[in-house]
Design a protein around this ligand. Structure first.
Ligand code: FE2
Ligand code: FE2
Length: 168
């Protein structure tokens, strides 16, 4: 039997690079979501292991998307019906022993808090999934500024207001 030594962080980053090649209109989405989610976790004083898990789940959160057409649908704020990529992503992660723990977070990264809080899951997992959902939508809202070459900071109040309207 062969044995391999891998650096898990590098392997996850490589997977994220591969994902960037799928959503050609939305490059580095996973990395931006991961960095924003980690900043939220730091603000909330989450412990290091929880932050690591959040970052890893966030950087791979759309690993169930394999079509550019699905990426295009994801780039709409009100889009919520394409839950298939959450289940596919969770199944892919669950098939790998090193990434299995990220699967439930990825499965629920588009589950509304109203439904998520009813589920029998650990509270840290629900918060991680909902944190990714939040910053994922923030990243979608910044897209129009990025693509038009406008400074994102000019839109921060508008983005904050739109996110606030979807609270709860
Ligand atoms: Fe997604
Ligand atoms: Fe996403």
């Amino acid at each position: 039997m062969s044995h391999f030594q891998i650096n898990l962080h590098e392997a996850i980053y490589s997977l994220s690079d591969a994902l960037d090649l799928v959503g050609v209109t939305h490059i580095h989405h996973g990395k931006r979501v991961a960095f924003m989610a980690a900043e939220c976790g730091k603000y909330l004083n989450w412990p290091r292991p929880q932050l690591d898990e959040l970052f890893q789940a966030a950087i791979l959160h759309d690993c169930g998307v394999s079509k550019t057409a699905v990426h295009a649908k994801l780039a709409q704020l009100e889009w919520e019906l394409e839950g298939e990529h959450c289940d596919i992503g969770a199944s892919l992660l669950a098939s790998c022993a090193l990434l299995r723990g990220l699967a439930p977070i990825v499965r629920h990264h588009h589950t509304h808090w109203s439904a998520l809080q009813q589920l029998d899951l650990p509270p840290e997992l629900k918060l991680a999934a909902n944190c990714i959902y939040l910053v994922d939508r923030v990243d979608i809202l910044t897209l129009k500024f990025v693509t038009s070459g406008t400074d994102i900071l000019l839109g921060k109040d508008d983005i904050r207001e739109q996110i606030h309207q979807h609270r709860g």
